[in-house]
Design a protein around this ligand. Structure first.
Ligand SMILES: [Zn+2]
Length: 213
């Protein structure tokens, strides 16, 4: 797999031209007190070879890819063992029950849970979810969507989530397929921290979409 660029943002993994360059992503420049997630790591930049598989899986329902993604996630956890040693709970960013063609994040998390055969990681049991999404919410327009639109869509998404179990005092690793602006990690993180009283929310995504693409 193509590695991340040599220099990348400490918050969002966006590649940077120089180690001291400022990330163009607005949310990374927020103070740590304001931003409701600490950092988000990415398995890869949204570039060959992950772009097509993610799209085929997410939009065409090629379910077989979920096994690969689940394996990649568990592989990443193993490679970053020290970095995630303090994580208490690993959950996916929920999708709506009627999502077509499939609830892609739940499917990936189920694969990751199955892949973790030695039960080494605190991946939430798919049969006993921590967080679910009650109904579908509108997506922000892709591409040229303004930050305000993205934040609004992310807020509506977070509002549609329902807690099934306590997350109080937990350090959570929230998994999603792609990261663009971080608005979703912020709004979901806000509910987990403000309402759920989680201690910290960190993120892991399959791919980081280069800003502006
Ligand atoms: Zn950044």
């Amino acid at each position: 797999m193509r590695p991340l660029a040599e220099h990348h943002c400490a918050v969002c993994s966006q590649s940077l031209d120089a180690p001291d360059a400022t990330c163009r992503n607005k949310i990374c420049r927020w103070s740590p007190e304001r931003r409701c997630f600490t950092r988000v790591d990415a398995l890869a930049l949204f570039a060959h070879p992950l772009e097509q598989p993610i799209k085929r899986f997410k939009y065409d329902g090629r379910k077989g890819w979920s096994k690969v993604f689940g394996r990649l996630i568990v592989g990443w956890l193993e490679e970053h063992r020290r970095q995630v040693a303090d994580i208490d709970l690993i959950i996916g960013n929920p999708t709506a029950p009627d999502r077509v063609p499939l609830q892609h994040i739940e499917t990936i998390m189920e694969s990751a849970y199955t892949e973790d055969t030695l039960d080494q990681w605190p991946i939430a049991d798919p049969d006993s979810p921590v967080l679910t999404k009650k109904y579908e919410t509108k997506k922000s327009a892709s591409g040229g969507a303004q930050w305000a639109d993205k934040l609004q869509a992310a807020e509506e998404h977070a509002k549609a989530l329902r807690f099934h179990r306590s997350v109080e005092g937990k350090r959570i690793l929230l998994i999603d397929d792609v990261f663009t602006t971080g608005a979703t990690f912020h709004t979901v993180g806000k509910r987990l921290i403000a309402e759920g009283k989680a201690t910290e929310v960190r993120g892991l995504v399959l791919a980081r979409v280069p800003f502006g693409s």
